[in-house]
Ligand binder design. Sequence first.
Ligand code: SF4
Length: 323
Amino acid sequence: MTPLLHVNNLSVRYATARGELHAVSAVNLALDAGQTLGLVGESGCGKSSLGKALVRLVKPSAGEIRVRGVDLASLRGRALKASRFEVQMVFQDPSSALDPRMNIAEAIAEPLRARGELNAAERQARVAELMQQVGLHAELASRLPHQLSGGQRQRVVIARALAPKPALIVCDEPVSALDVSLQAQILNLLCDLQAQLGVAYLFISHDLSVVQYVADRIAVMYLGEVVEVGDRALFWQRPAHPYSQALIAAVPVMDPAHSRAASKTVLGGDVPSPYQPPAGCRFHTRCPQAHPRCQAEAPRLRALQPGHQVACHLYDATLGAPA
Ligand code: SF4
């Protein structure tokens, strides 16, 4: 089956006064319709740049972004505008994502107006349907964003994203600006909407426990590269890459008797500069298991077992064909 989303050798580089910043480097990913791929990694690892490239808020430097077989990275003009309805984005901070002068009904109707397929009465009915789907009472329609709570504002942003009936929503840290009780509500809402509507999510977060809650598969990024991808249970129980092991070890465990086997791996040192990523494996400057080959040769992402890929020389004896 062809995946809904197929990212092929995608790179994003930014020209800055300091030089060229390597935000995303030759990333390959796939996501099926109606599924959630969690994308994790430390701050600055390229997660958000990858998400923005998928919705074409930033222009890829190289590679393909295929959605239902159409390469969004190569589109221009009208075709690019139309593709934006197919892939939507939910940002971390709902306040900055909403126009403070637009009431809630207008904010949700805006993408419908841009699409131009519905008349005014149809738009009004669709806005009412979307508000109901995201759990917003109809009486909030005339309120301005500042008159809503943070959780309500994020529901408005989700309704806007759903309005053009996208196949994929990029959720970039969608709950990290909310307090813990609201986080659970928004995560449950996203899961319920996916079950109802069949929308796929690329769910970006620095918080592995949040991703663990929503994702079917998890991809780990380090310094612009994907270093491991696995089905949720496989990844959580048997993380293969030393960086993934360190991330999982850093997640607080309530019961020390059930501390994870991977907790031996502790992450030290600073993330190297994305302006001059290290040669070989980019993780070698921090990896407790690095060996001389790691400095000279970059490992490729390859299948460790069905549903699990890793980029690490430690598994050369067991790795299968290139992914
Ligand atoms: Fe560590 Fe080498 Fe594997 Fe990179 S390739 S993660 S440096 S062991």
